[in-house]
Write a protein that binds this ligand. Structure first.
Ligand SMILES: [Zn+2]
Length: 148
């Protein structure tokens, strides 16, 4: 995304939201060189991304569904809407590059990696749901890795 002012191509996403009933993503960006803020719309790309589920079936990618799963893990944690928006937007950019399908496993792993940087408790909660830890030992093992 080129800056409309200085033409620099590096910008960071400062806010993003779904519009047009989920068919477009509106992003506020900030130029990393001159600080100019501008808005971009991205259409259809994410809407056409298909998720391959564990059982082999497919379903359309749904940002709301993903975000609500993340929010469940973030309950009462010092995590803001902007944190989650940024996180998901960055991941979506990665997922949508030259891809029409993505596995639910990749989504889960990527979200875990990103949550780990954001909030350790939220990460553990998300991981426990995602990996459905079979027992306390498995859970402790994951905690141990985290505390190292
Ligand atoms: Zn600029």
């Amino acid at each position: 995304m080129q800056c409309p002012k200085c033409k620099n191509s590096d910008s960071k996403v400062i806010d993003s939201r779904i519009s047009e009933q989920g068919k477009a993503i509106r992003r506020r960006r900030e130029c990393e060189k001159c600080g100019r803020r501008f808005t971009t719309f991205e259409r259809a790309e994410m809407a056409s991304l298909m998720v391959k589920k564990k059982d082999g079936g497919f379903e359309p990618y749904n940002r709301n569904k993903l975000e609500s799963g993340i929010w469940n893990a973030c309950g009462k944690r010092p995590v803001s809407q902007v944190d989650i928006d940024d996180m998901v937007s960055e991941l979506e950019e990665k997922w949508s590059i030259n891809k029409k399908t993505i596995s639910s496993q990749t989504i889960g792993e990527d979200v875990m990696t990103a949550l780990k940087k954001l909030d350790h408790i939220a990460y553990i909660r998300f991981a426990s749901v995602y990996r459905s830890f079979k027992d306390v030992e498995e859970f402790k093992e994951e905690l141990g890795k985290l505390l190292k």
